[in-house]
Design a binder for this molecule. Structure first.
Ligand code: PLP
Length: 499
């Protein structure tokens, strides 16, 4: 039974509208405790009839009460006085689950978290992370520059700064960009917290839920994570030794209005391959014809093994390409120095979003990075780490050829931190992950790097963190895990079917 209001005080000729009088009546009953939390209000039709007013007047009054937080409407059940939050947390501590938005943790976010925390202790060999080895980072140079920043810049290095980033750093990056092909002037550059944030801000600026986005598949898990968050409809275009399959993109374009295509310039994560110049030309021509953005990720373009750097696409279509990059793979991911290079309205909007998200990237690390680039040491440092990472890539590729020849196909990477292995026969990656843990190694499951997420066809192994001997041992353990997973898989298939 619902509550009966005393409607005798409703005045039709009053200056106050009937809606306002009804709102005051219900609000008063709730505040006086006559209507306790959870109590059901009369239906809008019943109250309209009792009060002799139009049904829509009561609907309006209930809506206002809901907006003010006094009542909640539950479709098909009615309108109720809002329950006060529980004053004592339930003993099992699950109150957070009750109030947090409903979500289901996706396989991708699970794998991102797991590989981020992959064990790095004892004898375990973690081939899941593409982080530059500690011994390859210029620690003493950066320590000296950091002391210089405090001595010469003082408190300014610790105070709030521009959303776009430190002007000197933007100028150095624009100079590099003029040669590499990603920027022509410092105005185009916005400093971000790593390329990861640059990708995220670009996607959040361009994409709205339901928009169609195409990305290479397999690709960087962080890109897929941002696309998942954006609510985009994501289509994967296969990636082969010539890069993103532009014909597959054209087939998608024939059926959909595409908002953006996300691609890497070269030394692609996870395949280590480049997009051919012909495919780049076709992609950019399509971007111009069909008016979509290309989000170009050049994070691995400078990590090269004896082959020249691929030129960046942005120089050829600066209004259509939003370029993202960072110093993470050369100076250290913990610095979190990344950037966007873009022009036009999208450039302005990315700055607005950066300001709304975290104001700006820390000034201290920006000052250190600016001085590092000004010192002229970067090119020499690049040559040094590329020679060493190249040796590691070579060692791992050889080891894969020797130990897994009958199981996988792999193309020698042109650069980057990873090698992509395709299984000659499908293999369940969850089974393989469990066996790999058992053997004392970890890898990145392919299902988390592909749009299709099939989890049967490929895996990524990363080589920059270990010397040749440890890499070979890591591959030996991986091969043992593959054999064990095959045995476990065939055991499962042979299990008798019980009727
Ligand atoms: C292809 C690619 N893009 C972007 C990133 C993110 O880089 P950062 O560490 O600068 O955020 C990574 C990191 O692994 C990556 O592999």
């Amino acid at each position: 039974m619902s509550y009966k209001f005393d409607l005798s005080h409703i005045e039709r000729d009053s200056d106050r509208s009937i809606t306002a009088q009804l709102v005051a009546l219900v609000r008063g009953a709730i505040e006086d405790g006559e209507l306790p939390p959870g109590a059901k209000l009369p239906t809008t039709r019943a109250l309209a009839e009792d009060a002799g007013v139009n049904h829509l007047t009561v609907v309006r009054a209930y809506k206002r009460l809901a907006a003010e937080g006094f009542v909640t409407a539950s479709r098909g059940r009615g309108t109720f006085v809002r329950q006060a939050p529980p004053s004592v947390a339930p003993a099992d501590g699950r109150w957070q689950h009750a109030i947090l938005p409903r979500t289901q943790r996706s396989y991708l976010s699970q794998v991102v978290a797991d590989t981020w925390h992959a064990p790095d202790v004892g004898d375990h060999i973690n081939l899941a992370n593409g982080w530059t080895a500690d011994e390859l980072l210029p620690v003493s140079d950066l320590a000296r520059l950091s002391a210089e920043v405090f001595a010469e810049v003082g408190a300014e290095a610790l105070s709030y700064g521009e959303a776009d980033g430190l002007w000197e750093l933007r100028e150095h990056l624009a100079r590099i960009g003029a040669t590499a092909g990603f920027a022509t002037n410092a105005e185009e550059i916005l400093i971000t917290n790593g390329a990861r944030q640059a990708i995220d801000l670009s996607i959040r600026t361009v994409i709205r839920p339901g928009d169609v986005v195409v990305t290479e598949s397999p690709t960087f898990m962080g890109t897929l994570a941002s696309l998942e968050e954006s609510g985009a409809r994501v289509f994967g275009a296969p990636y082969d030794d010539d890069g993103l399959d532009v014909e597959a993109l054209e087939q998608i374009l024939a059926r959909h209005e595409v908002k953006a295509v996300v691609v890497q310039t070269g030394s692609q994560n996870p395949t280590g391959q480049d997009m051919s110049p012909e495919r780049v030309e076709r992609l950019l021509a399509l971007a111009r014809e069909r008016s979509f953005f290309v989000i170009e990720d050049g994070v691995y373009a400078t990590i090269r093994f004896g082959v020249s750097e691929p030129s960046r696409m942005r120089a050829r279509a600066p209004d259509h390409v939003i370029y993202v990059d960072s110093l993470s793979k050369t100076l250290g991911g913990g610095l979190r120095i990344g950037w966007v290079a873009a022009s036009g309205e999208v450039r302005r909007r990315i700055t607005d979003l950066k300001l709304a998200t975290d104001y700006h990237t820390p000034g201290l690390t920006q000052h250190i990075a600016a001085r590092w680039l000004a010192s002229g040491a970067h090119l020499q440092h690049l040559a040094h780490i590329n020679a060493e990472i190249g040796r590691r890539a070579e060692a791992m590729t050889n080891s894969i050829e020797q130990r897994l020849d009958d199981e996988v196909t792999a193309t020698r990477p042109k650069g980057g931190h990873h090698i992509w292995l395709t299984f000659q026969r499908p293999l369940d990656e969850r089974l393989l992950m469990a066996e790999a843990m058992h053997q004392g190694m970890s890898f990145t499951p392919g299902g988390a790097t592909t749009v299709e997420g099939d989890g049967l066809s490929g895996v990524r192994l990363s080589f920059p963190r270990f010397d040749e001997e440890r890499l070979d041992e890591g591959v030996r353990r991986f091969a043992a895990a593959v054999r064990a997973a095959r045995r476990a898989g065939s055991g499962a298939r042979l299990a008798p079917v019980l009727s």
